[in-house]
Design a protein around this ligand. Structure first.
Ligand SMILES: Nc1nc2c(c(=O)[nH]1)N[C@H]1C(S)=C(S)[C@@H](COP(=O)(O)OP(=O)(O)OC[C@H]3O[C@@H](n4cnc5c(=O)[nH]c(N)nc54)[C@H](O)[C@@H]3O)O[C@H]1N2
Ligand SMILES: Nc1nc2c(c(=O)[nH]1)N[C@H]1C(S)=C(S)[C@@H](COP(=O)(O)OP(=O)(O)OC[C@H]3O[C@@H](n4cnc5c(=O)[nH]c(N)nc54)[C@H](O)[C@@H]3O)O[C@H]1N2
Ligand code: SF4
Ligand SMILES: [Mo]
Length: 895
């Protein structure tokens, strides 16, 4: 078939950031040579021109290095004909032999709505397998379940403008300063403009907590006690909205009674959450006396064995005060992925059918008729955790993974890798060739090259139900194809050509919109009926629009910012439901053997498994190695030192991580980022250590609280190696890889001394000129490798206690030509000029030492620091860190 060709004549293309659920508008200006200049879109209502560090660095991630550019079958290059034949043939055979429900799809909130729609339709209507789930199970499914229990539908009631108009913003289990940076800036703006108070609820004091007016560092997993206590308190203080409860809700009495049992008063709440009474009292007072409250919640709530109850405990407090659907108030689920919402809209979760419809017989029949589906499914499929367990048991014979990297991001990932081997067919649609999941193998393994951001066309929906366009501005590279094109081709080979005869994304969008409006008449929240006849040029010009967009009525063209202002919900009696929640309990208590609670999550500048942000040297500078955060008391107990190494062990395996000692974490807890994989580190896959016990309602696995043990690990030497091309680390090293300007950097630790290292290095670069500094008595070795005048590698080895500082060498390595002075400083390890220190501001590459120097020289505010050294003046993601440095540096210079 002929593929849609992007219009490359327009110099500036309006598109949407492919990272978080804020959904910022991006202006992309391709340079015609495969590169692109990136700016924020001033007209986009999610960001009004701003971009965070990740969005700003998008231009550094579009090169074709590491890309999967042609199909492969069992590791051998294949034609599309061959690869698609293998997929279609395999699926047909497995369906015939074992039934269609031996086939599973594992999709992603990073697919475009059009891709997602086609996957869902193919699996649930035509192949006839219900086993379609997505990484959104690990991400948003508890919020979905909480919405459905409370509202009868998966509806986000409010919008971003509510943050501008709130007087109190409560953030529960959200590190928005790092994970939703542009929304967080909006919250800080509200504070500046109208004095909005910000409260954070998180066992860790993150950068978000640092910025908050009140930080509640509660015990892991105790959120239902906090919000039960709040409900009890609001009732006791006469702060409930009796009329709203009476007219628009059901189940209040039971929920309040349960809340009173869990947390009868402030003191009991404090005990159950490990907070001080005064903190609890301050929060309750603030909530009680402030009408305009938005409660944002994210993974500290969702990724929990009580995730759904946490969501409902929050929603209960909003329903009880009638603070929903009106400007400046409401619960607001902060979605993670760029199209977490779009996936829910098409029905990508195993417990949904399509277009926010489930499995009532009339819904199944409606979807069947609309699709003219020969094999419509009639009930729910397995959710992610159960689905991968079914692979282990041999029940699933074929798995198609699309747009996600489960061998890094699924709990129990090491077990899953083993299980995949026994699959008869394992298909991976990927943009990169070397992701951990693309390198796994089964009896038959097919890799299909997918178009990536900038090359593909379609829509995404952000946290506030706003549908925006992603537009292509680069040529399709190699043989890569859009995911929907690939799937439609497979459908055709299976004899379903007519139902998948799409020739462009807009045709799919129209069908998706039409299904949402089909026999709807206001009975379902999700309705894009008004867009079901959108023409190709209107779709191309499509402006960001918030659903519902029904066919008739005032919202037909404009969409709608808020729902539920009329107090009418999507339950059968149109009343919202209070939910009686469970008292807090961790899914797995800690034991003497595993006494710590392992919490996992994100850092500022990396996205998930780093297949994209890992390409950017700017984004790799902020945190270059996988690490574990631990409280000073625990560090002392386990004899760990800041900057040293620790082995973190759970029942699932182990990781070796650099230790960060911080009082931002509670004693008894440790935190490790989820980002490092086998691609980027030797022992850094912290995400795989999670046990992932699912929430009983949503099936979302617990990823924030796995019992763990920790112990110190000592290496004799540590060092760095900078090379022009990626250099494989010798077996036996601990290593982490980061992209640096001009090449690739390896930070390593080994059991060898400087003497052995010197010998090894000489063998690594035969035929090159080596300049060395050797001091084996002190365990030091430094070496610069030249090819003529060109610096091709630089290495330093030092005793194992601390990582040798590499900022200076990185600076020399980045320079196009090397000066004599630089040659000397590479070997001496001392800068000819002052070093900038570790990078704080990724956009302008400003280091810690530079910022401290600016403060020392009199810059007394974030703005003054920006004026002095540019730090924090582009995306602002580092402003919280700069603000934290201010008092420290001022105190130092005063002393
Ligand atoms: N930089 C960056 N931004 C991202 C992403 C990324 O990879 N990198 N990913 C995106 C995606 S898909 C998602 S889902 C979002 C996630 O965004 P967030 O949910 O903000 O991020 P996390 O770091 O996963 O977890 C948030 C916080 O939950 C806290 N927490 C742990 N246990 C508990 C608990 O029991 N109660 C409470 N109240 N809090 C707890 C953790 O300490 C952590 O600070 O970020 C999105 N944005
Ligand atoms: N322990 C622990 N585990 C976690 C979490 C946690 O907090 N702790 N968070 C969970 C959450 S919230 C999430 S969202 C997941 C995220 O985890 P994943 O979804 O596994 O992470 P990504 O790295 O975003 O994977 C996306 C993959 O799709 C590929 N890709 C990019 N563009 C395209 C495209 O257009 N088409 C196709 N077919 N492929 C493409 C990328 O190269 C990449 O390999 O991790 C979950 N796992
Ligand atoms: S906040 Fe950052 S990562 Fe999220 S959409 Fe905006 S620019 Fe992209
Ligand atoms: Mo997520």
């Amino acid at each position: 078939m002929s593929l849609p060709t992007p219009d490359l004549s327009a110099p500036v293309v309006k598109t949407t950031c492919p990272y978080c659920g804020v959904g910022c508008g991006v202006l992309a200006t391709p340079d015609g040579r495969g590169g692109v200049a990136i700016a924020g879109d001033p007209d986009h209502p999610a960001n009004f021109g701003r971009l965070c560090s990740k969005g700003s660095a998008l231009g550094e991630t579009v090169d074709l290095k590491d890309r999967l550019l042609s199909p492969t079958v069992d590791g051998q290059a294949a034609t599309w004909e061959g690869a698609l034949g293998a997929v279609a043939g395999g699926l047909r055979k497995i369906a015939e032999q074992h039934g269609p429900d031996a086939i599973a799809f594992y999709l992603s909130g990073q697919l475009l709505t059009e891709d997602y729609y086609v996957a869902n339709k193919l699996a649930k209507g035509f192949l006839g397998t219900p086993h379609v789930d997505t990484n959104s199970r690990l991400c948003m499914s508890s919020a979905v379940a909480a919405h459905r229990r409370a509202f009868g539908s998966d509806t986000v009631p409010g919008c971003y403008e509510d943050l501008d108009e709130a007087d109190l913003i409560v953030l529960v289990g959200s590190n928005a300063a790092w994970c939703h940076p542009i929304l967080f800036r909006r919250m800080l703006d509200a504070r500046q403009r109208r004095g909005t108070k910000i409260v954070t609820v998180d066992p860790r004091r993150t950068q978000t907590g640092e910025e908050a007016d009140l930080h509640l560092g509660l015990e892991p997993g105790s959120d239902t006690a906090l919000f039960s206590g709040l409900m009890t308190y609001l009732a006791g203080q006469g702060k409930l909205d009796g009329r709203f409860i009476e007219e628009h809700t059901a189940g209040f009495e039971g929920a309040l009674e349960r809340a009173r049992q869990i947390a009868p008063d402030v003191a009991a709440t404090a005990r159950a959450t490990g907070l001080a009474e005064a903190e609890v009292q301050a929060f309750f007072d603030l909530f009680a006396r402030t009408e305009r409250v938005v409660t944002g919640f994210s993974q500290g709530a969702n990724q929990s064995a009580q995730g759904t109850d946490k969501g409902n405990a929050i929603i209960n407090c909003h329903l009880a005060t009638g603070r929903i659907g009106r400007p400046g108030m409401g619960p607001l689920s902060l979605t993670g992925q760029p199209n977490a919402m779009g996936g829910r809209e098409v029905g990508g979760l195993a417990n949904m059918l399509a277009a926010h419809m489930h499995f009532a017989p009339e819904e199944v029949d409606r979807v069947r008729r609309f699709w003219r589906a020969p094999n419509i499914i009639t009930g729910e499929g397995m959710k992610a955790v159960a689905l991968f367990e079914a692979i282990e048991r041999g029940k699933i014979k074929a798995l198609w993974v699309m747009g996600t990297n489960p061998l890094v991001s699924m709990p129990r990932a090491d077990r899953i890798r083993e299980a995949l081997r026994s699959l008869d067919l394992y298909v991976v649609s990927e943009a990169v060739a070397n992701s951990d999941s693309a390198r796994a193998t089964a009896k038959k393994t097919v890799l299909l090259p997918a178009l990536a951001w900038g090359e593909k066309d379609g829509t995404v929906t952000n946290s506030e139900r706003r549908i925006s366009r992603q537009r292509a501005f680069l040529e399709a590279p190699g043989q890569a194809r859009a995911d929907w094109v690939i799937m439609s081709d497979v459908a055709r080979r299976l004899g379903h050509g007519e139902a998948f005869a799409y020739t462009s994304a807009v045709e799919i969008f129209r069908e998706h919109a039409a299904l949402s409006g089909f026999e709807n008449d206001g009975t379902r929240d999700f309705d894009l009926g008004g867009l079901s006849e959108i023409g190709a040029s209107a779709y191309d010009r499509h402006l960001p629009l918030q659903w519902p967009v029904p066919k008739r009525g005032p919202e037909a063209k404009r969409g709608r910012a808020r729902l539920f202002a009329d107090g009418r919900f999507y339950t059968f009696d149109r009343r919202a439901r209070f939910v009686a929640v469970q008292p807090p309990a961790l899914a797995q208590p800690v034991t003497a053997e595993r006494p710590l609670v392992l919490n996992t999550g994100r850092i500022r500048d990396h996205w998930h498994t780093m297949t994209r942000t890992g390409k950017s040297q700017r984004l790799s500078a902020h945190r270059a190695v996988p690490f574990v955060e631990i409280h000073p008391d625990d560090a002392a107990r386990y004899r760990l030192t800041d900057g040293g190494f620790a082995r973190v062990t759970t029942e699932l395996g182990e990781a070796i991580l650099e230790v960060t000692v911080t009082d931002g974490i509670r004693p008894g807890s440790i935190f490790a980022p989820m980002h490092w994989s086998d691609m980027t580190a030797s022992h850094g896959r912290a995400a795989a250590l999670a046990r992932g016990i699912p929430d009983p309602v949503s099936g979302q696995p617990e990823l924030k609280a796995t019992p763990a043990a920790i112990e110190a690990v000592a290496y004799r030497s540590r060092g760095y190696l900078l090379t022009r091309e990626v250099h494989a680390a010798p077996a036996g090293w601990w290593w982490a890889r980061a992209t640096v300007e001009g090449g690739s950097g390896l930070l390593f630790a080994t059991g060898e001394g400087s003497r052995e290292m010197a010998l090894a290095v000489r063998g690594m670069f035969p035929g090159h000129e080596l300049a060395e500094y050797v001091d084996h008595a002190r365990g030091l070795y430094r070496c610069a490798v030249y090819a003529g005048d060109r610096l091709v590698a630089a290495l330093a080895v030092a005793p194992g206690e601390r990582r040798p500082e590499w900022e200076l060498a990185k600076g020399v390595f980045a320079a196009p030509a090397i000066e004599a002075m630089d040659r000397r400083s590479l070997l001496s390890g001392r800068a000819a000029t002052a070093s900038a220190g570790p990078v704080i501001c990724a956009c302008h590459g400003v280091g810690l030492d530079t910022i401290n120097a600016a403060i020392g020289a009199g810059a007394g505010s974030v703005e003054a620091v920006g004026a002095a050294c540019k730090a924090g003046t582009n995306c602002g993601s580092c402003i919280p860190e700069i603000r934290k440095l201010l008092p420290q540096a001022l105190a130092r210079s005063a002393a």
